[in-house]
Structure formats: structure tokens, C-alpha cells
Design a protein around this ligand. Sequence first.
Ligand code: HEC
Ligand code: HEC
Ligand code: HEC
Ligand code: HEC
Ligand code: HEC
Ligand code: HEC
Length: 416
Amino acid sequence: MPKDKWFYKKSRKFTLSSKLLTLCVMLCGGILFCWLFYPNIANSGPYLNSAHGNTIYGVKRSATGFPADYTQGNCAHCHEQHAGIGGSEPAPNTGGASGPDKFLLFDENHTSQTVNFCFDCHTSVGSYQSGGISLNRSYSYNFGGNTNAGSYDSNILAAFSHTVVTGSSHHLPDIVSQALGKTMYDADGVAWSLPANINPCDACHNPHIAQRNKNTPYDAAKSAISRPSDHNNKWGDDLTERMNAAYADYQAPYWYGSTTAYEPANNTTANGSNLPNYVRLCTDCHNDLNTINSTNPRLPGTPRAIRKLSWKTASAVVTADGHGALNGGINYARSPYVNGGYRTLSCLDCHEPHGSPTNIDLIRSSVNGVSISVPNTSDASWQSFCFSACHVRATHNSSKPGCAGCHYHGGGRGGF
Ligand code: HEC
Ligand code: HEC
Ligand code: HEC
Ligand code: HEC
Ligand code: HEC
Ligand code: HEC
């Protein structure tokens, strides 16, 4: 029987099925056994080094009826072994009358764009995390230094809540329908797949191993992400998984408001040796092979297929992108980029991974150290983006009408 079936099936009221019992034994026995007798074996080590398993800042539930004696970081702050604790189920009591939720989590794993197990803690209002979580701001804030009011989301739920009127968010229901449980291909054409019933956040994260890299100071040896094609490993913690290892021509953008310090650490390192290779993460899904249909309400032209793109030098399907490894050389560059230089950009030099409070297409509120404004696909938006951040002007007239019709990923005129 496939392993996932154990956790997927709900048992009847007051009846512990043998499958559930097996999971209970695995959770209780396994954890106790591993932690008490073999604290350093492979299975428990990564969890204990994870952000959730941390005994100082890890998971700690606050809910009426939740016993106070579970140590911070214990699995029981996310998994309820008997779909309840001490004979009753602390709030939220979901999954049917005292019945267990999938994976024995304390709430439904994924329901909609804004109702998700992870948001039970990664929010600022009503968090089940004792004391709340204060660190989880936008990429532009944490790793770009833009702390201007209104330019960033102050928690993860907020970043995923830009579904009407302004801003944009990665659409979780589409990650479920287009990526999970499917045969997908990475940018090299190697097939991968993830189980259909996992949390869409866990396409890019693994809650059992994810770490906190945004420390004081930034710690590149820790990683919060896992590639969907390699779910049980952290991505970016090893030197071989950094941006400079894949692209010797990487040039980090400036830290917000600075001309001497660079992303992501607000220091002088500028060659990507401290940056996870985000291109490999994003291109596990976004490349010239996978077809992704979007119902994202904020995507211009929605619903439609997301454009295919190639960050490599050549593609049989689309025009390889100029901001990728296609070495066209930059024209009219703004510092620190130099005219004629060949540069491969990181996707997160321009995009937020979760959402953007004011801009479409997950475009960051600031790029290369300056604020930009891209609320729609107008020429003013594209001019703000291209000419404030990285180029002084274009070879053609800088007000050539209809920018968005020529400049997009995979587009015929030199890609994007
Ligand atoms: C019981 C509360 C709780 C739940 C539920 C929870 N988290 Fe967390 N999470 C935390 C805490 C606490 C931290 C550490 C916070 C910190 O860094 O200060 C954390 C940290 C993280 C980190 C590491 C980055 C960081 O800022 O430390 C990631 C990634 C993460 N969580 C993702 C998830 C995902 C994905 C889910 C859902 C599958 C999830 N979390 C569910 C409480 C929770
Ligand atoms: C498309 C991939 C992707 C998805 C889907 C995704 N994340 Fe992330 N997440 C990232 C990336 C990339 C970062 C920045 C990582 C880093 O610190 O290197 C990040 C960072 C984080 C952090 C740390 C933020 C900080 O302060 O540094 C948390 C917590 C987190 N994500 C939680 C979530 C939750 C919860 C969900 C689902 C609601 C989710 N993520 C969905 C890619 C993703
Ligand atoms: C931050 C919340 C969180 C914590 C803490 C946590 N888990 Fe999980 N766990 C999840 C989620 C969410 C899933 C469901 C799979 C998915 O969506 O990725 C899961 C799934 C599982 C599964 C079944 C699927 C699999 O990955 O094999 C097992 C077994 C499991 N967890 C064991 C544990 C153990 C043991 C611990 C403590 C060492 C633990 N979990 C701590 C969130 C958590
Ligand atoms: C697990 C697969 C997966 C990964 C990995 C992934 N995406 Fe996506 N992405 C999707 C899906 C599915 C959609 C369609 C839903 C939507 O429009 O948000 C999408 C849509 C988008 C959009 C269009 C959204 C809009 O509002 O215009 C952007 C931009 C985007 N992704 C950027 C990224 C970046 C940057 C990364 C790397 C941090 C990334 N994606 C990683 C699955 C993925
Ligand atoms: C008809 C298609 C088309 C339109 C419309 C267009 N561009 Fe371009 N753009 C190009 C091409 C092709 C290049 C490559 C350089 C060249 O051949 O002139 C380019 C180059 C650029 C460059 C890179 C610098 C350079 O000269 O190589 C920037 C920046 C730029 N365009 C911005 C814009 C902006 C902003 C707009 C809208 C105000 C716009 N473009 C409208 C086709 C277009
Ligand atoms: C130089 C800035 C820049 C970089 C670097 C960049 N993007 Fe984009 N991206 C944009 C802009 C601008 C748009 C909106 C125009 C368009 O659709 O291409 C966009 C749109 C997208 C879309 C939505 C496409 C659609 O169908 O509407 C996806 C998906 C995407 N980017 C993914 C990525 C990935 C993955 C990477 C890294 C491999 C990346 N981007 C790197 C600027 C950038």
C-alpha cells in the first residue's frame, strides 16, 4: 500500500483503525524512541536543526486545552497523535467530531488560498503560535532591505492574500491542481512528482527540515526551502547549490538605498556565493516543458496558461530570456551592472516568492536598491520597472508604446 494512504484515510468516530494506530505508534513511539535513545540519528537530526524543531524559537501552540508540558519544538504542536490531546481536542476542532485531520494535523492541511494549516501560525492575528511569529516578512524586506511602510507584507498570510484589486500572490489552488500529484519536469527535462495531498506550501518547503536563514547576521548555511524535485533535502545550504556555483556571471543587486552593500545579507558579498540558486527552485516548475494553467484572479488576462520560459541559452520552444543565461550583454546599465556585461539574474532579483502588496506578477516593491511601481501592464509601469532599477534608457525610444507586448518571458523579441 502506498505510504500516503496511512495518513489520508480518516478513521470512524471513536474507532482507531489499524492504519491510524500505526501512525500513532510511529509518531509517539518513533519520536520517543528516536529522541530518547538515538538523539543524533539521521531521522531526528534534521528536524532538531529545523526552525520548527528549535527549542528556543520553534513550534509552540497556544490553544485552550493544550497541555503546557510539551517542550517547544515538539511534533505534537502540529500533529495531534489521537486527533486530540488528553481526551479532548483543543481548538480548532476540525476533521469531524473529534475525528483526525489528514496527516493527524491539528487543522485541515489546505482548504483555499487563504485558509491553510500553515496560516494557523504564520499570521499576525489569531496565531496559534504562542507569542506569534515576527520574522516572516516579504523577500524585499528581509533580503532586500526595503522597510518603507506599505512596501512589504508583514506576515505570510498577508503575502498570499492579494487576490483582489491590488498586488499579486502565487495562487495555491493552482499549485495543487497543476503541480502536486503530476509528472513534472525540471529545466533539464528530468521528471519529478510530489504526492497530490500534501500542503501546497510544501511544494517549496519541507516543514520537517526548513530552517531560518534570516538571522542576525544572515546565515547562508541554513535554508528555508526545498526544491519540489528534491523534497527531502534543503536547497541552497550547500556551496554547490548557491547562485555562483551555477552562474559565474551573477552580480547581486544593491541593498535598498545602498551603493556599497548587496543582497541578500546587506554586506559586500556580491557574487551570489551566499545566495541559494533560486533559478533551479523556480524552474522546477517554470520552464519550457511544463504546461501550467492559472486561475489566479490577479494574473493579467486570467484565466490562461502561464508563459513558458527558458533561463538557458537555447530552447526549442520559446526564445531564451535575455535576463537568463543568454549572453546578450547589458545596454545602458545602471550600477552595479556595467554596459556590455553578461549577467544571469536570479528570479528573486525581480520577483517575490509569495506575493507582492502593490505590484502585479509577484514583482518586488524594490529592485536593485530602488522602489518601483508596477500596478498594471501599462507603459508607465514598465518604464518605472526597467528605467528606475537597472537601465538608464533603451536603444529604441524610451517611450516606444506597448512595452508589455514585446517585453515578456519567452517573448519573440529577445525574450525578456
Ligand atoms: C504551530 C505553529 C506553526 C505552524 C502550524 C507552522 N509553522 Fe512554520 N514556523 C513556526 C515557527 C514558530 C517558526 C520559527 C519562527 C522564527 O523564525 O522566528 C517557523 C518557521 C518556519 C520556516 C523557516 C523560516 C523562518 O522564518 O524561520 C518556514 C519555511 C516555515 N515555518 C514554513 C511553514 C509551513 C510551510 C507550514 C505549514 C506546512 C508551517 N510553517 C506551519 C510555527 C509554525
Ligand atoms: C513557489 C515556492 C514557494 C511557495 C509555494 C511557498 N514559499 Fe515560502 N518561501 C519561498 C522562498 C523562495 C522563500 C525565501 C527563502 C529564503 O529564505 O531563502 C520563502 C520564505 C518563506 C518563509 C521565511 C520568510 C522569512 O522571513 O524569511 C516562510 C515562513 C515561508 N516561506 C512560509 C511559506 C508558507 C506558509 C507557504 C504557503 C502558504 C509558502 N511559504 C509557500 C518559496 C515558496
Ligand atoms: C510545522 C508543523 C509540523 C511539525 C512541527 C511536524 N510536522 Fe509532520 N507534517 C506536517 C505537515 C503539514 C504534514 C503533511 C504533509 C505535507 O503537507 O507536507 C506532515 C506530515 C508528516 C508525516 C507523514 C508524511 C511524511 O512526510 O512522511 C509524518 C510521518 C510526520 N509528519 C511526522 C512528524 C514528526 C515525527 C514530527 C516531529 C519530529 C513532525 N512531523 C513535526 C507538519 C509538521
Ligand atoms: C511547484 C511549482 C511552482 C514553483 C516551484 C514555482 N511556481 Fe510560480 N507558479 C506556479 C503555478 C501553478 C502558477 C499559476 C498560478 C498563479 O498564477 O499564481 C504560478 C504562477 C507564477 C507567476 C504568475 C503569477 C501572477 O500573478 O502573475 C509568477 C510571477 C511566478 N509563478 C513566479 C515564480 C517564482 C519567482 C518562483 C520561484 C521562487 C516560482 N514561481 C516557483 C507554480 C510554481
Ligand atoms: C515593438 C517591440 C518593443 C516595444 C514596444 C518596446 N521594446 Fe524595448 N526593446 C525591444 C527590442 C527588440 C530591444 C533590444 C534592443 C533593440 O534592438 O532596440 C529592446 C530593448 C529594451 C531595453 C534594454 C536596453 C537595450 O536597449 O538593449 C529596455 C530597458 C527596454 N527595451 C524597455 C522598453 C520599455 C520601457 C518600453 C515601453 C515604453 C519598450 N521597451 C517598448 C522591443 C520593444
Ligand atoms: C529582470 C526582472 C525579472 C527576472 C530576473 C525574472 N522575471 Fe519573471 N517576470 C518579470 C516581469 C516584468 C514579468 C511580467 C511580464 C511577463 O509576463 O514576462 C514577469 C512574469 C513572470 C511570470 C508570469 C508569466 C505570465 O504568463 O504572465 C512568471 C511565471 C515568471 N515571471 C517567472 C520567473 C522565473 C521562474 C524567473 C527566473 C528563472 C523570473 N521570472 C525572472 C520580471 C523578471
